[in-house]
Design a protein around this ligand. Sequence first.
Ligand code: DHB
Ligand code: MG
Length: 231
Amino acid sequence: MNPSLSNDEQLRNDANTRAFINRELEARFAPEDAALRSSIIRAQAENVPPIQISPLQGKLLQVLAMACGARTILEIGALAGYSGVWLARSLPPNGKLISLEVSPKHAEIARATFAAAGVSDRAEVRVGPGLDLLPTLVPEAPFDLIFIDADKDNYPHYLDWAIKLSRAGSLIVADNVIRGGRNFQIPPPDADAVGIAAYNRQIQEDPRLVSVAFPNDDDGMDGIAISVVRG
Ligand code: DHB
Ligand code: MG
């Protein structure tokens, strides 16, 4: 804190410093290759909202998947396949990513992204509402890692299914558990905050889980929760 700076200047400094740190971390730990970069360009060209995870979050997912020796990964919410590429690349050759997507258009783009990234042999997109598709996955369970990044009001239901489809030692990861603090406001400002506040409470209170959450998006205003399913 530099006392000679105005509030505005201080905030700009802070934002610039955060952006600098992010750029440096990303360059060192999570550089995007051509396939990841072109996945962003493809999504932009198709007017997909630019709400994919950051490269460092993608790398975090990879590290988590490899830490739990993931061979089977379930993603709830494919969007255009950007996070799916990070996840699929963490799998061994005989591993499998199943990514659920409610929008047929986004699912088509995600498939093209997987093909362009060379992971179609291990990454599959299934189209439909998550709550319709999840019960059909019971024969393919357990999943070693489950990544939840879909409609926020359904997060508590996705968590119930994630636990059903997991094993002791599985990781359940959820994006957007902070949303600039809106998820902690009382009363909750929107339906998304209601859903995620319930999710955060459940992962913290459920005796089957050990959980943590922390800010880790580009500007420190949103973040991911990680839960491990107890043995
Ligand atoms: C939104 C959804 C996301 O999953 C995200 O990471 C950011 C924003 C949204 O719906 O606005
Ligand atoms: Mg998200």
